[in-house]
Ligand binder design. Sequence first.
Ligand SMILES: *Cc1c(COP(=O)(O)O)cnc(C)c1O
Length: 246
Amino acid sequence: MNPRLAENLAEVRARIAAAAQRSGRPVDAVRLVGVTKYVSLEVSADLARCGLVDLGESRPQQLVRKAEAWQQLASHPGPVHWHLVGHLQRNKLARTLPLVGLWHSADSRRVLQAASAWAVQAGRQVPTLIEVHLAPDATKGGFPAEELASLGDWLAQLPGITVRGLMTMARLEGGPATARIDFARLRQVRDSLRGVWPESLGLDELSMGMSDDFEVAIEEGSTIVRLGSVLFAGIDPEPSRQEHSP
Ligand SMILES: *Cc1c(COP(=O)(O)O)cnc(C)c1O
């Protein structure tokens, strides 16, 4: 294993702890999800071997591939919680959701309805975050903040879906200072839904903050940061590929 990986993880954890402290919260109020979409199964497993038990993927087929191959790994890193952080196509849902510990990216009524139907039939509950579209970038998915209040009653009637909170991505332009505006807004949106949404819907989790902006996200109340590139700085994403070439 590249020793840099454990160093990166320790450094990131220290930065998370410092930001949590600045926001007046205990370190364990912020959960780190390592987004492994850039790296091979082996490097993902190395991250778990360093002690990170929450791993995330943005593409359902990658999550399925890694989660299914996990058991077969030599020097097994132990079980991890898989987080789906990207768009879930309805035709991938039945294969993906059984493997997912937290679905961060419920981005439409259609996919929520389909996930609910699957969950009922499978006898499962799907821990879910509602993705909120705050940034003006047209490329991003999620519910516009203005639609959330009226979504509550519908969500509360949806069997098999356990709502735990909200997720967002900050706008790409402008760096951490602009991202902070989006993160503060998500927190305000969440606060305003308390007392509007039925009590059965959880609003404790705020999944916000990526490599370039996680510290400001934590200062604005993030409970889950989703970090990829900062963890893999200086790491070969596919270290074993040489062995496979002729
Ligand atoms: C890729 C990705 C991340 C991690 O991004 P980094 O900037 O590399 O930390 C977080 N969230 C989502 C939804 C992603 O797709």
